[in-house]
Design a protein around this ligand. Structure first.
Ligand code: 5RP
Length: 220
């Protein structure tokens, strides 16, 4: 089974978490694209979706899934999204697709966060995948210098603007031993919109696509 087939397996398994007659939160990325395509087949069972990116919104609307603004809904029972890395405690690195801010907002607003990924995303220590940080444009160089002080090597994701009109610094060379502490430290820098560490609000469920099929890991 190739990586994309494993992503599809994880997306299929996530369908059982979709709550009938409710809103579903939908993330961003190639794994979530599989989920959106599968969700389209059962769209009559849900009220609609809230979306973490313009790309996911467009994909859902093309398939006839009604997309609501988060401000219009009072409850999101479940949020389904991918990840770039997960540790065994379901702390995540996200933002490879640049949608980290809206992803973190919907994750925070949801009762349950179900993360879907292929098995290659599960790691013992996060940081091999460069950590995305969304920054206000005028703060880019200042924040880059601050991230160097933390031991990272920030690289400006050139020719990329987030859905919120901001920039991304991808921070290489981190070995993230204290994820919550690092998330808090980066979040408090003036000019940072969001850091792509999801540890204060980790996933509740991790569904991994493996060569043997989908495997579910619950938070401890
Ligand atoms: C987008 C994300 C994605 O969930 C993450 O990049 C994983 O993507 P993929 O499913 O394509 O591997 O955080 O901002």
């Amino acid at each position: 089974m190739n990586q994309d087939e494993m992503k599809r397996k994880a997306a299929e398994a996530a369908l059982e978490y979709v709550v009938t007659d409710a809103i579903v939160g939908v993330g961003t990325g190639s794994t979530v694209n599989h989920f959106i395509d599968l969700l389209a087949d059962i769209k009559g069972r849900i009220v609609g979706a809230v979306s973490s990116s313009e790309a996911s919104t467009e994909r859902m609307q093309k398939q006839g899934i009604r997309v609501y603004d988060l401000n219009e809904v009072s409850q999101v029972p479940v949020y389904i999204d991918g990840a770039d890395e997960s540790d065994h405690y379901l702390n995540l690195i996200k933002g490879g697709g640049g949608a980290l801010t809206r992803e973190k907002i919907i994750a925070g607003a949801s009762d349950k966060f179900v993360c879907i990924a292929d098995v290659s995303k599960l790691v013992d220590v996060m940081g091999t995948f460069p950590l995305p940080v969304e920054v206000i444009p005028m703060a880019r160089s200042y924040i880059a210098r601050e991230l160097v002080k933390l031991g990272g090597r920030p690289v400006w994701r050139e020719n990329f603007v987030t859905d919120n009109g901001n920039l991304i610094l991808d921070v290489h060379d981190l070995k993230i031993m204290e994820p919550v502490k690092l998330e808090n430290e980066i979040n408090k820098m003036a000019g940072v919109v969001t850091v792509g560490l999801f540890c204060n609000r980790p996933a509740d469920v991790l569904i991994l696509g493996t060569p043997q099929g989908a495997k579910t890991v619950l938070s401890k």
